[in-house]
Design a protein around this ligand. Structure first.
Ligand code: ASP
Length: 438
């Protein structure tokens, strides 16, 4: 390594460390503020904290940071995916790539929810809970019929798809543009080169935004814990334990198993390089906001070629939510238990199927899994209002499950890339490899 490369690697390393420090400090300051405010209620001190810090600086800076991350989603998906299609060349390999990725995403989600149901059935977190009927009323969003969902994947107006941030529609548009560019000779080459230049610029923008990450993470995490403290962890502890335990099993068993046995990659190296994405997912509770970071790490640090990652990461962000499926599985068993209802085997099968589909339809934003949970509960005759029971603890679980959602996208991406021969193992194995976003 040259001296400049050494300096670069050191600089990137400090950024990862500073992001981590932001997380720890945010957690510490948040918890401290929560207890100070509760011990000194209705004082000038607590009012100042509430108004100017928690709902002032913390809220504003955290929101600005998440907005900046979201700002990158549409340009990144569009530009990077067009470049990916250009690089992959023929549409036949795209079809194979799509099928393989989709099936792997579905399979990991089905395993996730099955694990969740097993853990929850053994622990039975709902036993001994007496339901209070005065739950906060939870509105069930109206869901469009399946045919409409299918039709809506295809955009009728690319600009409104981008303006609305409809990721599936942007993916379809980008693939079509990429295929057209591949088939238009010289003109295609000229415009393709422009897309490649734009890709470099968008990646640079992501890198610039990442410099704010330590502060963004600090303010986001401090706000959550200043509002919720640690008391929240005491109530519903059995439910929370089941969710976290099933998430842990899925991470260590399913993901690490796939990486080791199928992709033949070292899971320790993988997890180490994924650190920054996990911290982002945890602090923002949104796999969409984390997507620019995930894509950067997968390509630059893990060694996946852009032709694969530019497709699998945005797709995974949109449809692959194993962590969410796990929460939904545990929540269904928990709520059924709290109502004193024993679910039958066929109801478990319904839960597995609907939660797998529900996680596809869950938006990659905070708390979205709660909305689709209503659909899962409805399928087995449980009232959507019961969601009120677990809403209070959902933010913290959301932060953890989002980290699992993001890990799942990266695991499938590496596995597919390995099987397609679009993977650079030397980048994966190199601990000092240049990373633009973390
Ligand atoms: N927050 C999750 C995500 O963005 C979705 C959810 O489970 O609510 O991945």
């Amino acid at each position: 390594m040259t001296e400049t490369q050494n300096k670069d690697a050191a600089k990137k390393d400090t950024l990862t460390i500073r992001i981590f420090l932001g997380l720890i400090l945010g957690f510490g300051i948040g918890v401290l503020m929560f207890y100070l405010n509760h011990h000194l209620p209705d004082t000038t001190f607590s009012r100042f904290n509430d108004t100017y810090l928690i709902n002032g600086v913390f809220h504003v800076v955290g929101k600005i940071f998440v907005n900046l991350l979201k700002l990158m989603i549409v340009p990144l998906v569009l530009v990077s995916l067009v470049c990916g299609v250009i690089a992959s060349g023929e549409s036949k390999s795209l079809g194979r790539l799509g099928t393989k990725t989709f099936l792997l995403y579905l399979l990991t989600t089905a395993i996730a929810i099955t694990l969740a149901i097993i853990v929850a059935s053994v622990v039975d977190p709902g036993a001994g809970i007496s339901l209070d009927t005065n739950y906060e009323h939870f509105k069930l969003a109206e869901r469009p019929p399946l045919v409409q969902v299918l039709i809506d994947i295809f955009p009728s107006n690319p600009f409104s798809a981008m303006a609305e941030g409809n990721m599936l529609q942007v993916i379809v548009f980008a693939i079509l543009v990429g295929i057209a560019l591949n088939n238009t000779g010289e003109s295609g080459k000229r415009i393709g080169a422009i897309f490649e230049d734009m890709n470099i610029i968008v990646m640079k923008l992501v890198e610039l935004i990442m410099r704010l990450a330590p502060y963004g993470v600090f303010f986001l995490v401090a706000k959550v814990f200043a509002e919720q403290g640690l008391d929240i962890l005491k109530g519903l502890s059995a439910y929370m334990f089941c969710v976290v335990f099933a998430l842990f099993l899925h991470l260590c068993g399913t993901y690490m198993g796939i990486l080791t046995l199928v992709a033949k990659l070292n899971p320790m190296i993988f997890m180490k390089k994924m650190r920054a994405a996990l911290i982002f997912a945890f602090s923002t509770a949104s796999s969409a906001a984390t997507m620019p970071v995930t894509l950067g790490i997968v390509e630059k640090k893990l060694g996946v070629k852009n032709s694969i990652a530019s497709f699998t990461i945005p797709l995974g962000t949109t449809i692959n939510m194993d962590g969410t499926a796990i929460m939904q599985g545990v929540a269904t068993v928990f709520i059924a238990g709290a109502y004193g209802i024993d679910l039958t085997v066929s109801q478990f099968v319904i839960v597995i199927t609907t939660a797998t589909l529900a996680s596809i339809g869950t938006a990659a934003v905070p708390s979205a899994g709660m909305i689709t949970l209503a659909m899962v509960l409805g399928q087995v005759g449980l009232p959507a209002e019961a969601i009120g029971l677990i809403l209070g603890v959902d933010r913290i679980l959301d932060m953890i499950r989002t980290a699992v959602n993001v890990t799942g996208d990266a695991v499938v991406t590496c596995t597919v890339a390995r099987s397609e021969g679009e993977f650079d193992k030397t980048i994966f194995d190199d601990p000092d490899v240049e990373v633009q976003s973390a």
